[in-house]
Design a protein around this ligand. Structure first.
Ligand code: ISE
Length: 324
């Protein structure tokens, strides 16, 4: 049976999720679309029902499950509406634009007593990151001592404001670091370069590992994401995510994409396929609402530290047993 998916929001990510659903996801079909910009919704829908508001999409019996890809500030209220309707959700990161809102979503799910939310931390489905986790889990590198992350964008999107380099970009590094190391972050220290960027964030984990992250959202030359895990007996890092090497004019090298969509194409496809399978069986995959809350809670405290003395003793509540 093919399940009907509704997509809320048709910006860069909503349009990409709709495309993946239409062309690359067996067992599911794009059944409905909502976007505040009706023309944009119509273009992306190509035949699917265009709803005039997100509530009617969520309530419709054509829609079995929902992808939320609208602006960050709308995520929490929409995921809560889906929980109230008892429908599974793949919500783009971040889960909410504040830790308090993210915790409200967690509490709504805990009150329901079953997990309906997956947060779109798609790197967990990227073959490179999965290989690094596999190597780490074999123990062949010895105990991990350091994780170096690099997060560089060509330029910040025009809708970036205030501390979004932390709450919208750095959140990926929080999630992937927790997932790769299987550790919780206990403290953070943040510094900004001249004029406010790049950011350099150093976190300590509950196992005393160091996690260093550079976030440079106006790096200019290309979309470049990198990680190196350092163990006591070796290291493992991502190789350049490029299909070809070009030699020309006395130089050689690989190219970088403009943004995250081509870089994480395979991860987005795999994330959708695994989510659709999980919806069918009632299983849970990927980042949970709890993971989404922890990422947003840490990001919020790092953003406060950036505006203050640079130091954040990280705090978040105990994990409810629903997420064990
Ligand atoms: C964007 O929203 C993403 O999720 C990208 O993966 C990230 O690299 C970028 O910095 C964010 O703004």
């Amino acid at each position: 049976m093919s399940i009907g998916i509704g997509v809320i929001g048709t910006g860069v990510m909503g349009a990409e999720h709709a495309r993946i659903l239409r062309h690359e996801t067996p067992g599911a079909h794009l059944a409905g679309i909502f976007d505040a910009n009706a023309d944009r919704a119509q273009t992306v829908a190509s035949g699917a029902t265009v709803f005039s508001d997100p509530q009617s999409l969520i309530a419709s019996d054509q829609i079995d499950a929902i992808v939320i890809a609208s602006p960050d500030a709308t995520h929490a209220a929409l995921t809560r509406a889906c929980i109230a309707a008892g429908k599974p959700v793949l919500c783009e990161k971040p889960l909410a634009s504040s830790a308090a809102d993210a915790l409200d979503v967690v509490q709504a799910e805990v009150a329901l007593g079953r997990r309906l939310i997956q947060v779109g931390y798609m790197r967990r489905f990227d073959p490179g990151y999965q290989e690094i986790k596999r190597v780490r889990d074999t123990g062949e590198l010895g105990g991990p001592v350091l994780l170096h992350n690099v997060h560089r964008n060509v330029r910040a999107p025009e809708w970036f404001n205030g501390s979004m380099a932390v709450t919208n970009s750095f959140v990926h590094e929080i999630d992937i670091s927790r997932w790769l190391l299987g550790s919780e972050m206990v403290s953070a220290h943040v510094e900004a370069g001249p004029g406010g960027e790049p950011l350099m964030i150093t976190m300590k984990t509950d196992k005393d590992e160091i996690v260093s992250t550079e976030v440079f959202v106006n790096a200019g030359y290309g979309y470049h994401v990198h990680v190196e895990l350092v163990g006591r007996q070796g290291t493992v890092s991502l190789a350049p995510a490029s299909l070809t090497l070009l030699n020309r004019d006395g130089a050689g090298g690989h190219s970088y994409p403009d943004n995250w969509v081509p870089r994480f194409e395979e991860a987005y496809r795999k994330q959708m396929a695994d989510w659709v399978s999980a919806v069918k069986t009632g299983a849970s995959v990927g980042a949970s609402a709890w993971d989404g809350y922890v990422a947003s809670a840490i990001a919020e405290q790092v953003a406060e530290a950036l505006a203050g003395n640079g130091v954040a003793p990280l705090r978040y509540g105990p994990r409810p047993s629903l997420y064990d």
